[in-house]
Design a protein around this ligand. Structure first.
Ligand SMILES: Nc1ncnc2c1ncn2[C@@H]1O[C@H](COP(=O)(O)OP(=O)(O)O)[C@@H](O)[C@H]1O
Ligand SMILES: O=P(O)(O)O[C@H]1O[C@H](CO)[C@@H](O[C@H]2O[C@H](CO)[C@@H](O)[C@H](O)[C@H]2O)[C@H](O)[C@H]1O
Length: 452
């Protein structure tokens, strides 16, 4: 009998939970998807641990960043992360990169613990679990309509720098395993499901998903069809920049695709109240203040940026608020065949889930994509501002052709939303990719000084 048989029943006893926290305390902050890199982890606790199959544990951990426990014994402020942990005496040498460490004490002392998403055997068994709806402890494995996902698809873990972790199965399906878990339905399940019911073909529809009921209700992962031979917009844009190829036709089609998705979102999630620019401006100003506190390089530009937000209260109110993508950029769009598809409806990962699921101006998504053209144009020296400007024109024209209103005619709104997005990007880059910070900072300088 292996030592892991110890871990039964399915919800593992508290004794084992403590064995892992020492290892995870070191490993967790080094992961790309760990959101609290700018704050030390002051406390780490296992919130739930479920044996999925022998040698593979599903674990939710809480990483605290100081503060006192909330009333009722709830953990103090911090984030919850999802892990799949492999526990073996001797993991295969191929799993070296995935090794988290060896348990130091308790009944599992000496066992190696690793990130099981890197283990093809565990990934295969996990798909088997998803193919059959049912429960494992607090975990629920579900699907919408019975779709025959074939058995035995070979898994591979995407090694892209991501906010979550994704496994591709046989180039047929892709499973996104959310890493930072917040209570509630994840919009990356909710939105594609609702869009599929609207008949929107621009978004791959969920095939199966899993969620937890403990320590709170939350979506944990979604399986969807994998778009084979697709290229993401970022790669295509950089290729076009490198070869000198025109990208305006692609940008125009992308504008049309964005409008299609916005129209489908507006039908799928009808919103009663109109957008309120005063509240939006206040939120943007608050985010700027918080960002300038974390990234001092922003401080000299704060007055100029604030004026962009203040102008929101007097400018054309623009289109009504509705559900949107929330983090639209060139990496979130895939070109397959002659069509653009839109993925990853999670929204900006650092915002609370309730905010990400509420209505916003569609201009926010448009601004996200316009910022992305600027990011792409700045990847080459000399910088190619005219490339970004042409893409911007084409994208807005494509959007206008489908949506019936032209983003270029909403100058005040666009400036405010692009500024807000650039502020978000400054914070994102400072936390995750400090080498990239000059890219959004250049936009900040331009938006604060010239406002175009
Ligand atoms: N349905 C899909 N078909 C093909 N590739 C996909 C699909 N969904 C995601 N991808 C690939 O996986 C990458 C990460 O997906 P994404 O949803 O953006 O994850 P994250 O939230 O971790 O950033 C994308 O950049 C894309 O290359
Ligand atoms: O794709 P995610 O949901 O993880 O989005 C996050 O990471 C993105 C980077 O991977 C980041 O996007 C920024 O960099 C892109 C180039 O790598 C650029 O195209 C985007 O315009 C820029 O915002 C995104 O902001 C972040 O939420």
């Amino acid at each position: 009998m292996t030592k892991t048989a110890f871990l039964r029943p399915r919800s593992a006893p508290a004794e084992h939970m403590g064995s892992f926290t020492g290892l995870l305390r070191e490993w967790l902050p080094r992961q790309r998807w760990f959101a609290g890199k700018d704050r030390p982890v002051t406390d780490l606790g296992v919130l739930s641990m479920t044996e999925l199959f022998p040698g593979c544990l599903h674990v939710l951990v809480h990483a605290g960043h100081g503060g006192v426990p909330a009333p009722g014994g709830a953990p103090p402020a911090g984030d919850c992360y999802q892990l799949l942990l492999g526990v073996r005496e001797t993991p295969s040498p191929r799993l070296g990169r995935a090794l988290i460490g060896r348990v130091r004490d308790g009944s599992l002392a000496g066992m190696a613990v690793y990130d099981a998403l890197h283990d093809p055997r565990a990934a295969q068994l996990f798909l088997e679990r998803l193919r059959r709806p049912g429960t494992s402890g607090p975990l629920r494995f579900e699907c919408d309509a019975p779709q025959e996902v074939p058995a035995g698809l070979v898994p591979r873990l995407l090694d892209a720098e991501q906010s979550n972790s994704s496994l591709v199965y046989g180039d047929e399906y892709i499973l996104k395993v959310f890493r930072r878990i917040q209570p509630g339905v994840n919009p990356d399940l909710e939105v594609p499901g609702a869009l599929a019911r609207q008949g929107c073909h621009r978004v791959p529809a969920p095939v199966a998903w899993f969620r937890t009921t403990h320590p709170f209700k939350a979506t944990l992962g979604v399986l969807q069809p994998y778009l084979r031979n697709a290229s993401d917009g970022w790669t295509l844009a950089l290729d076009a920049l490198a070869s000198g190829d025109d990208f305006t036709a692609q940008a125009h089609a992308l504008g049309r695709a964005t409008a299609d998705v916005h129209l489908a979102l507006a039908s799928a999630f009808p919103v009663g109240a109109p957008g309120e620019n005063g509240r939006t401006a206040a939120g943007m100003t608050e985010r700027l203040t918080a960002a300038a506190h974390c990234v001092p390089a922003l401080q000299p530009f704060v007055p100029g940026l604030r004026s962009a937000f203040a102008a929101l209260t007097t400018c054309d109110p623009g289109p009504p608020a509705q559900r949107i993508h929330g983090d639209l950029h060139l990496g979130q769009v895939l070109r397959a065949g002659r069509e653009w598809f839109v993925i990853d409806f999670e929204g900006e990962p650092s915002r609370p889930l309730s905010e990400r699921r509420s209505a916003h101006s569609p201009v926010r998504d448009i601004a996200g994509m316009l910022r992305s053209f600027d990011y792409a144009a700045r990847q080459r020296r000399p910088w190619r501002p005219e490339w970004a400007r042409r893409c911007r024109e084409a994208y807005c024209a494509g959007y206008a052709a489908r949506a019936g209103w032209d983003p270029r005619k909403k100058h005040g709104l666009l400036r405010a939303y692009e500024t807000d997005r650039a502020v978000y990007e400054v914070l994102y880059e400072a936390r995750h990719r400090p080498d990239w910070l000059p890219v959004p900072m250049a936009a900040i300088e331009r938006l604060a000084v010239r406002g175009d």
